[in-house]
Design a protein around this ligand. Structure first.
Ligand SMILES: NC(=O)c1ccc[n+]([C@@H]2O[C@H](COP(=O)([O-])OP(=O)(O)OC[C@H]3O[C@@H](n4cnc5c(N)ncnc54)[C@H](OP(=O)(O)O)[C@@H]3O)[C@@H](O)[C@H]2O)c1
Length: 311
C-alpha cells in the first residue's frame, strides 16, 4: 500500500460518515412526504452526538437544499463536523473555472469558508479529466477545500485523475462509489484493490443498498417509489442473505441487519456513508461502530452475497 499523504490522512481515520442526499430530495427520497426538516435535523443531531462527524452532500441534492439544511444545522451546533460536497459536471458548464465557481456556491449555501473534501460527482463526457482535475487543484490552492476526490470513476478514469492531480502536487483523496453486500462491482473490477494500493480512500455510497439491507423491504413489501422498479429483480433473492445477517447480528448481542451491512464495509477497509432520514435511522446506523465482524463471518457474508450476485 502506498504511503498516505499527510493532507488526506484524516479521511483514513474516519470509520463511517452520514449521507445527506435524503435531505431535501423529493425525486428519489420523497422529502416532504413522511419526513421533513425536523426529522433530518434530528438525524444530523443524533449522528453528531454519536460521534459521526463526516457528512456527505452535493450541490445536486434537493437542488441545493441539502447543502442549505446542512449549513443551518452546522450553525445550530457547537460541535465540529467534516464536510464533503460535490460538483456535478452539467453539460453547459465547461472550463475549469466552473468548478471553482460551483464550489463558491456550495460554500455560500453551507455558510462556511471551506470544506474538507470536494468531489467530482460523475465523470463527464464533455469536460476532460485533466480539465476537471485542474479545476479541483485550483480549489485546493485557493484554500476553499482541504482535499479533493472523484465519484463513480472506474479504475482507468480514477488513475487518470490521480496522475493529473499529481502534476499540481495534489493527492487524489477519495473515490466515492456504490459498494454494499448487494453491489460488489468495485471488488470485481479491481477499483477497491487499486484504491488501497494508492492510498485513495474508497467511500462506499448506497451502503444499505438504498434500504434493502436493513431487511425491511422484501419481495412482498417492496420499497416505495422508483426503488421498487430498480430492485424488482433483486428483492426475491435477498432472503438467505438477510437471514444470515440476522443470525450473525444475534451473535454480536443483537446487532441489526443495517449494522451488520455497514460493519462488513468497514471490515473491507472502506468508509460507508449511510443516508438517514430520521433520528432512529441515524441511531441504528451509528451502532455499526464499536465492534467488528470476525474474519469467518465476513467470509460467510461474502459467500451468501455471491450466491445472489453470481460469480
Ligand atoms: N456519489 C453518488 O453518485 C452517490 C449516489 C448515491 C448516494 N450517494 C451518497 O451516499 C449516501 C447513502 O446512499 P443512499 O442514500 O443511496 O442509500 P443507503 O444509505 O444505502 O440507504 C439510505 C436509505 O435507507 C433507509 N435507511 C437508512 N438507515 C436505515 C435504518 N437504520 N433502518 C431502516 N431504514 C434505513 C432510508 O430510506 P427509507 O426509510 O425510505 O427506506 C434511507 O434513506 C447518500 O446520502 C449520498 O450522500 C452518493
Amino acid at each position: 500500500m502506498a504511503e498516505i499523504s499527510s493532507e488526506t490522512r484524516f479521511l483514513h481515520a474516519i470509520e463511517m460518515g452520514l449521507g445527506a442526499w435524503q435531505w431535501g430530495d423529493r425525486v428519489v427520497w420523497q422529502y416532504g412526504h413522511g419526513y421533513g426538516l425536523e426529522q433530518v435535523r434530528e438525524a444530523f443531531q443524533t449522528s453528531i452526538r454519536e460521534g459521526i462527524r463526516f457528512i456527505d452532500t452535493a450541490e445536486l441534492y434537493g437542488n441545493g437544499l441539502s447543502e442549505r439544511l446542512l449549513g443551518r444545522f452546522l450553525k445550530e451546533t457547537d460541535q465540529p463536523a467534516l464536510i464533503a460536497s460535490k460538483y456535478f459536471p452539467l453539460p453547459w458548464r465547461f472550463g475549469k473555472g466552473a468548478i471553482l465557481r460551483a464550489l463558491k456556491g456550495s460554500l455560500a449555501r453551507l455558510g462556511v469558508e471551506g470544506i474538507d473534501l470536494y468531489q467530482i460527482h460523475w465523470p463527464s463526457p464533455i469536460m476532460s479529466t485533466d480539465t476537471m482535475m485542474e479545476g479541483l487543484a485550483d480549489c485546493v490552492k485557493g484554500g476553499l477545500t482541504r482535499t479533493v476526490g472523484v465519484s463513480n470513476f472506474d479504475q482507468s478514469r480514477m488513475l487518470a485523475a490521480y496522475s493529473s492531480l499529481a502534476r499540481y502536487n495534489v493527492p487524489l483523496a477519495s473515490n466515492q462509489v456504490p459498494y454494499s453486500l448487494l453491489n460488489r462491482t468495485v471488488e470485481k473490477n479491481g477499483t477497491l484493490a487499486r484504491c488501497k494500493e494508492l492510498g485513495i480512500r474508497l467511500i462506499a455510497h448506497s451502503p444499505l443498498e438504498k434500504g434493502l439491507l436493513t431487511g425491511k423491504y422484501r419481495a412482498d413489501t417492496p420499497p416505495p417509489g422508483a426503488r421498487a422498479r430498480t430492485y424488482a429483480g433483486l428483492l426475491p433473492k435477498t432472503e438467505p442473505l438477510l437471514k444470515l445477517m440476522t443470525e450473525i447480528g444475534q451473535d454480536h448481542g443483537g446487532k441489526s441487519n443495517a449494522q451488520v451491512a455497514l460493519n462488513w464495509l468497514i471490515c473491507k477497509g472502506t468508509l460507508p456513508i449511510p443516508g438517514a432520514k430520521t433520528a432512529e435511522q441515524a441511531q441504528e446506523n451509528a451502532g455499526a461502530l464499536g465492534w467488528k465482524l470476525t474474519g469467518e463471518e465476513v467470509a460467510k457474508l461474502d459467500e451468501a452475497s455471491r450466491a445472489i450476485l453470481g460469480s
